[in-house]
Design a protein around this ligand. Structure first.
Ligand code: GLN
Length: 189
């Protein structure tokens, strides 16, 4: 199975590594041609303003938008910001407006307020160590979005059909379960 990882900026190497350990062929995505022959795509965390700029520079906005409308895509942190329908405090990011949530960037505070939380996730037996780095907050979700995990009623993992999003970085937790969950979405697509 080929899973693409958008490799313009941010935490893409860790995702590639984790995918390899679970028997998937990870593919760097930097140009529109890289999107052919993929079964799914991960948009990693990083800095959404920079990612957005690079997406425009590489003429990737339209090809990615088409891809996201059709195939399974998982966005972590900045990647989730790019998938969100509404970004509340936004001037610089052009999102794909696909996942029906409203999100606020850097809403848990600055880098120094980054934190770890043991999350209860729907369908997982044991808690998951969620690593939050200048994470966004999901403030609204529409009825067709499934909330898979929350902290104090604030959703941190959501799914809408083929789209999965976490406001934290599972690729840093040494835990393969969320990537495996995404693979199961890809397999059933
Ligand atoms: N704060 C970053 C942003 O707004 C996201 C941080 C991350 O991806 N860890 O894009």
């Amino acid at each position: 199975m080929n899973i693409g990882v958008l490799s313009l900026q941010g935490a893409f190497l860790k995702h590639m590594h984790l995918l390899k350990t679970i028997g998937v062929n990870p593919v760097n995505v930097r140009y529109s041609d890289d999107l052919s022959n993929l079964h799914g795509l991960i948009i990693p965390g990083g800095e959404s303003t920079v990612l957005s700029k690079l997406i425009m520079k590489q003429s990737l906005y339209e090809p990615l938008e088409k891809y996201i409308s059709k195939y399974p895509v998982y966005g972590t942190c900045a990647g989730l910001i790019l998938l969100s329908k509404t970004i509340e405090n936004n001037k610089l990011v052009r999102s794909f407006e696909k996942l029906d949530i409203s999100i606020k960037r850097n809403a848990w505070g600055r880098q120094i307020n980054s934190f770890i939380s043991n999350l209860k996730i729907k369908e997982f037996d044991k808690t998951f160590k969620g690593i939050f780095i200048r994470a966004p907050k999901i403030n609204k979700v529409s009825l067709n979005v499934d909330i898979l995990s929350s902290i104090n009623n604030s959703p941190v993992m959501v799914r809408q059909g083929n789209l999965l999003g976490t406001t934290f970085h599972p690729e840093l937790s040494n835990d393969i379960r969320i990537h495996k969950y995404f693979l199961s979405m890809v397999e059933s697509c």
